[in-house]
Design a protein around this ligand. Structure first.
Ligand SMILES: Nc1ncnc2c1ncn2[C@@H]1O[C@H](COP(=O)(O)OP(=O)(O)OP(=O)(O)O)[C@@H](O)[C@H]1O
Ligand SMILES: [Mg+2]
Length: 143
């Protein structure tokens, strides 16, 4: 499914809408260049899942675990692999323990860097800058 948004606000709204379909156990890979809107989409999903703390980019800490309040989803895990050299670094901090947990949704920016340790059933979202200034094309291919 391909969406086109015209502002960060619209991308957040899309994430919020998407969150209402989540059951828990999903692992998302969010791909796209710097500034494509990956973190913005995560913010919208977090809003929809009732995360109260503000989502900040986990670039320097690699992984952040937030408490979600929309049952059955209790945790939102946000991972940013931009600075990683490989899968081992992510495995070392215990990230794979969150994959596929029924009460957890995992969102991974720059998933290509950690391909080796990702589950097979990852949901891929590809974000691209559009032709217009604030346009972003967001493709959910669910494979
Ligand atoms: N339609 C849009 N959707 C999302 N963000 C938009 C849109 N239009 C403009 N923006 C701006 O683009 C930037 C997107 O930043 P964001 O941190 O979400 O990107 P990112 O893909 O996570 O980048 P990085 O790889 O650096 O983590 C924000 O400054 C946001 O305000
Ligand atoms: Mg980001």
């Amino acid at each position: 499914m391909l969406y086109s948004t015209q502002s960060a606000k619209q991308t957040m709204a899309l994430g919020k809408k998407l969150s209402s379909q989540l059951k828990g156990g999903e692992v998302f890979g969010l791909s796209g260049e710097l500034g494509a809107g990956k973190t913005t989409l995560v913010k919208g999903i977090a809003l929809g899942l009732g995360v109260k703390k503000p989502i900040t980019s986990p670039t320097f800490v690699l992984m952040k675990v937030y408490r979600a309040t929309n049952r059955p989803i209790k945790k939102l895990v946000h991972i940013d692999c931009y600075r990683l050299k490989g899968s081992e670094e992510l495995a070392a901090i215990g990230a794979p323990e969150y994959f596929g947990q029924n009460d957890t949704v995992v969102l991974i920016e720059w998933p290509a860097k950690v391909k080796k340790i990702l589950p097979k059933k990852i949901l891929n979202v590809k974000l691209k800058l559009g032709k217009k200034n604030n346009q972003r094309n967001i493709n959910f291919n669910n494979r």
